[in-house]
Ligand binder design. Sequence first.
Ligand code: NAD
Length: 469
Amino acid sequence: MSDEQQIERMKTLLDAQKKAFAADRHRSIDERKADIEKVGDLVKHHAKDIMDAIAADYGARSCAETQIAEIGFTISAAKHARSHVAKWAKPKRASVPLTLAPGKAYVRREPKGVAGIISPWNYPLQLAFTPLIAALAAGCRAIIKPSEFTPRTAELMARMLAEAFDENHVAVITGGPAVGEAFAKLPFDHLFYTGSTHVGRLVAMAAADNLVPVTLELGGKSPAIITEDYDLTEAAKPLTWGKYFNAGQTCIAPDYVLAPKDKVRATGEAILAEVQSYYPEPGSDPDYTAIISDKHHQRLSRMIEEARAGGATILQPEMGETGNVRKIPPTIVLDPPLESKLMQEEIFGPVLPVLGYETLNGAISFVNDRDHPLALYVYAKDKAVARRVLDATMSGGASVNASMLHMSVEGMPFGGVGKSGYGAYHGEHGFLTFSHERAVFEAPVWHPSRWIAPPYGKRFDFISKLQMK
Ligand code: NAD
């Protein structure tokens, strides 16, 4: 289907979904559980198709990583939502102040309506299906616009969802930026965007025209600070895992490392040793993922060359044969120039700069002089030191002595702050993102609030005094 046809189709779909929502605003909890279960089951039944489609889109994608970060992650999210949705959806009581008694106050958590979900290529299934699960838990309908960089996965998701849902409940629109642009202009009841900060800004501006509420799950440069007391080989393990998982194409991958100044080389060497134990020959290693596109491959290669030309030391393992796939060696860059692209832009690939700091306060200032990142990592034996770093900085989320693990705790919000985005999801936070919290006050037929009306007299004075107490 051409972009023009997709754009026409999305308008028809939105209209149909809005009408269907208006006719059936309150999906029962049992229906929502069944919707969520269908998503989990689809992922289970199509696990092999998902692995194949993502591997084909990437050219080479670690099956183990697809298993854990796309299939397993999404099934866990579905299980969690299914078992908690009844509790999440219950109205929440609020206490009534004496001046308004008697009465009942409560917040109804109602579905917003039809959600639009725009997803990126780096975890093409997880980042489309986990917001979908949250939307279904909230009782919403949804249309997904996946990334054009993963066309096979997008087609597969469209086929899978069509097996289990009517189009007026859940649908997929495929296409590139022109389709995304038209999609963001539609009057959804909520728009959920995951992708780059640059496009996120365009999405927010497009949605503003219709006052559509937006969640922006964006990127940024997530720092990792190794403190003085932390063993470098211990720090190297989670850093290597976090950075080279999906070849660094992860929004919360450690973007750069700050190490004590005299330990920069030792840090780089500890990470290189870990890399060599992970991938003896990254070129042909099926667990070392390829770069998604030629454009990104060239961008990353240029970043490395610019840092080399600027005097940085580059550490790389033997790559071996890559065949026809676009791989970039797992790369560590010691002391890149601060004005290089590597230190100015989100890297989003398997290249890890290591920079030195004189004092911990200096490392904290380095982080605070830049945009608030999506994640922050601190490695410290002393919990008070870790807390000091957390207290002095701001980021979407953080892990201490680990990398990326905070995002796998379903009960915690996942989202950015400042340029790394706004709004959050996962677990109940996702449910709330797609819900409208409607405040209701129920008064008895006769209520003393009638005294707060002209002509103001003694009873009004009495209530007013109570309020001032
Ligand atoms: P991208 O912004 O290029 O594309 C994301 C989606 O936006 C795609 O579906 C694309 O078709 C669509 N799109 C493109 N132009 C559009 C426009 N003008 N209007 C509306 N939609 C448009 O991002 P990407 O390269 O696919 O993803 C990489 C970025 O995403 C990185 O910065 C990464 O950090 C970030 N990311 C963030 C998270 C998170 O959870 N915070 C997760 C994954 C990726």
